[in-house]
Write a protein that binds this ligand. Structure first.
Ligand code: TYD
Length: 206
């Protein structure tokens, strides 16, 4: 076994609150003198960061297959260069997104066959296919869009955030499908930040 139940992934649609909950969880682990590796997909390695720039650029036209392959390359490097080493050292690995995003965005959102994504990912990640703790923050699409608009970020440049609510509803459905298939803890992104932070800590302690 590579890990001692310390590989945690936090997932959800853009605007669900992953970044906030990840930060609070990491603060909690640090206050308990734990060493934490803080990562996010796509990115985290030199190759991953280069590919991230391509992925985020909506002017670079790609098919869903190419999108998935780009994410999968990032994922392979992150697993091999970072995650496996960190877990072997006994550190926590807290990751913002993993292949669940590919199922939700490229599969449910963009129409790529979900079994293709899952089979390819199993080959790529092997023992790291399933995290020890998987958390999905669920949020209605309308509320997610309101939050994203408030952040006043440049929505036009981002490949996925510039897609509309119909796309995001499919993505949300994808996450709910994943919750039915795998052992994933679903939390309600409409609850307060503090409540969800406590729920995540309780779940990890269990
Ligand atoms: P990013 O700015 O990292 O979004 P966030 O901070 O909300 O995680 O952009 C990554 C985008 O890529 C995001 O819209 C989700 C999308 N994505 C996929 O479509 N498939 C994937 O496999 C992954 C990891 C991300």
């Amino acid at each position: 076994m590579l890990s001692n139940n310390k590989y945690v992934v936090i997932e959800g649609i853009d605007g669900a609150g992953k970044t906030t909950q990840k930060k609070l969880l990491i603060d909690y682990l640090h206050s308990n003198n734990q060493t934490v590796c803080d990562i996010k997909e796509p990115g985290g390695t030199l190759l991953g960061e280069k590919i991230r720039q391509i992925i985020k650029d909506s002017k670079i036209i790609r098919s869903p297959e190419s999108d998935f392959e780009l994410f999968n390359i990032c994922r392979r490097e992150l697993a091999q260069q970072i995650i496996s080493q960190e877990l072997t050292l006994g550190h926590w690995v807290i990751c913002d997104r993993n292949w669940f995003s590919s199922v939700a965005y490229q599969g449910f959102g963009q129409g790529l066959p979900v079994d293709l994504i899952i089979n390819q990912t199993k080959k790529t990640l092997k023992k790291l296919f399933l995290p020890d703790v998987s958390i999905i923050i669920d949020l209605p699409v309308k509320i997610a869009f309101d939050r994203l608009n408030q952040r006043q970020q440049d929505m036009t440049n981002d490949s996925f955030e510039s897609k509309g609510p119909i796309f995001y509803q499919k993505v949300r459905d994808g996450y709910n499908w994943l919750v039915e298939q795998y052992s994933i803890y679903k939390i309600d992104g409409q609850l307060s930040i503090e409540k969800n932070n406590q729920a995540i800590i309780n779940f990890i302690q269990d």
